[in-house]
Design a protein. Structure first.
Length: 85
């Protein structure tokens, strides 16, 4: 007797790259909320470097306004990922 073999198909939850615009449902204080897309790896590294560089600035340190600090982080981030508005 001849037997036929079926091709195995991967399960639907197989590892797939997520779209950069994908959203996720997360539970916050007992409620399900939609969360925006995650940073890509190179963006995540850039934002971390920008934050550390601005927060460890010996001239300003923690003696700066919130808006000023985050504007510096944004500018440093944009420089690191070579983004020019």
């Amino acid at each position: 007797k001849a037997t036929t073999q079926k091709k195995k198909t991967p399960p639907s939850n197989s590892k797939k790259k997520k779209s950069p615009t994908a959203t996720a449902k997360v539970k916050v204080e007992g409620e399900m909320k939609t969360r925006g897309a995650s940073y890509q790896t190179h963006e995540d590294i850039a934002i971390c470097k920008a934050f550390i560089n601005c927060s460890e600035d010996p001239l300003n340190g923690n003696d700066q306004k919130l808006e000023t600090f985050w504007m510096k982080v944004l500018n440093a981030y944009n420089t690191l990922i070579h983004f020019r508005p």
